[in-house]
Design a protein around this ligand. Structure first.
Ligand code: ZN
Length: 388
């Protein structure tokens, strides 16, 4: 079965003009200004003149098995469903544990990843969790990365947070070194995803690792960098020294009223500060618990991260903060894919057919393909999870 997407405004994520794009099986097989097919060929044609065609979104941090538990067992958040991702244009997710690596396990994480993959989504994972020494599936980070295909890195390891294991420079350096070598041996990124909390130490530990060892800043991928202005400025400094940073799209009204920048605002801020748009990404932190702590670190509220926040951040960046469509798309497609070392997040001949058609006016995802499977048509899911 062939699918011909006709006359779309193509962003790969850089703008390519108006193009026809031909899909066969799981691949994009042709991109031309005008593709003519023999009339006898069986082909599904989609008139895409009112649409932007973009790579399927790459969400670099999702708690696919649920997260949280900061307010006891009843506060453990539920697992994500397939359509939580696909209805928002997301075709690739990176699953990770978080605060809880006791009742949440890496075997459960990989099982959930495999389940979502069976349903058509692209899923990769991080081994480890907030805490060091890192929990692993096989007994070592090296073996996890080498022998478990879903694992691409480690994390999210927590720093500058009262829920972290208060890691030392030495511990972080050893972790990054092992992940880097494991990445080399397995052909993966071996990136260390870093959960950065609100403490004023910000990214100091990572800078100390880079200045005291031969580990480079780009071995680390700090997230939640839009938590407050001071952390955001630490992020600009981190980028200027060669790093890349991630903003979290899921938020609460409380956090926004207490100094947090929205992911869209943070993206615009950093670009305006002269940071290259290639160094900036946004993730949803979907299905994370979003605990609200007061000044004394008492828990005063608990909400849940949503995958659709990624798309909302993209729209907000373009419509409210004047970020170009290209730069906003890069932050949720090509940039995270490159940092994670996965062959996703772009459109080219012979690439995987992970695609989203966005309405030109509203930017609402209307059609979504994952590996050539039409998951969403006219904003309605065609493929659902087993129990949705
Ligand atoms: Zn986190």
């Amino acid at each position: 079965m062939l699918t011909l997407i006709q006359g779309a405004s193509l962003y790969t994520p850089t703008y390519q003009g108006t193009k026809d794009v031909l899909l066969a099986g799981s691949k994009v097989i042709d991109i031309q200004s005008n593709i003519e097919l023999e009339t006898s060929t069986s082909v599904k044609k989609i008139n895409a003149r009112e649409y932007i065609l973009a790579p399927g979104f790459v969400d670099s941090l999702v708690h696919i098995t649920g997260g949280g538990g900061e307010a006891g067992f009843a506060s453990r958040t539920p697992e994500m469903n397939l359509t939580d991702a696909t209805l928002s244009g997301i075709t690739t997710v990176i699953g990770a544990l978080g605060t809880d690596s006791s009742s949440r396990t890496l075997s459960n994480l990989i099982a959930k990843a495999k389940g979502l993959k069976e349903q058509g989504l692209n899923v990769f994972c991080h081994t480890g969790s907030y805490h060091l020494p890192a929990k692993t599936l096989t007994g070592s980070i090296t073996d996890d990365l080498m022998y478990v295909e879903e694992f691409v890195g480690v994390g999210e390891v927590a720093i500058s947070d009262h829920r972290s294991s208060q890691p030392t420079v030495q511990q972080l350096a050893q972790l990054a070194a092992e992940a880097k070598v494991a990445g080399m041996l397995s052909g993966k990124s071996g990136i260390v995803s870093v959960h950065v909390g609100p403490q004023k130490s910000h990214l100091t530990l990572l800078h100390e690792v880079a200045s005291n060892t031969d580990i480079k800043l780009c071995a680390f991928y700090p997230t939640h960098m839009n938590r407050n202005k001071a952390l955001l400025d630490a992020g600009v400094k981190f980028c200027n020294a060669g790093g890349t940073i991630d903003f979290t799209a899921s938020t609460t009204q409380y956090d926004l009223e207490h100094g947090e920048y929205s992911a869209a605002q943070a993206l615009a801020y950093c670009i305006n500060q002269g940071v290259s748009p290639t160094q900036l990404t946004i993730s949803s932190d979907g299905h994370a618990s979003l605990p609200i702590f007061d000044q004394q670190l008492n828990l005063v509220g608990l909400e849940i991260g949503k995958e659709d926040s990624l798309h909302h951040a993209f729209v907000q960046a373009v419509q409210q903060f004047s970020v170009s469509i290209e730069h906003a798309l890069m932050a949720i497609t090509n940039n995270p894919a490159k940092i994670l070392g996965i062959d996703k997040g772009y459109i080219a001949t012979n690439c995987d057919a992970d695609l989203v058609l966005l309405d030109k006016k509203t930017l609402i995802p209307s059609y979504v393909w994952s590996n050539g499977i039409l998951m969403v048509e006219q904003s309605t899911p065609l493929v659902k999870g087993m129990f949705e």
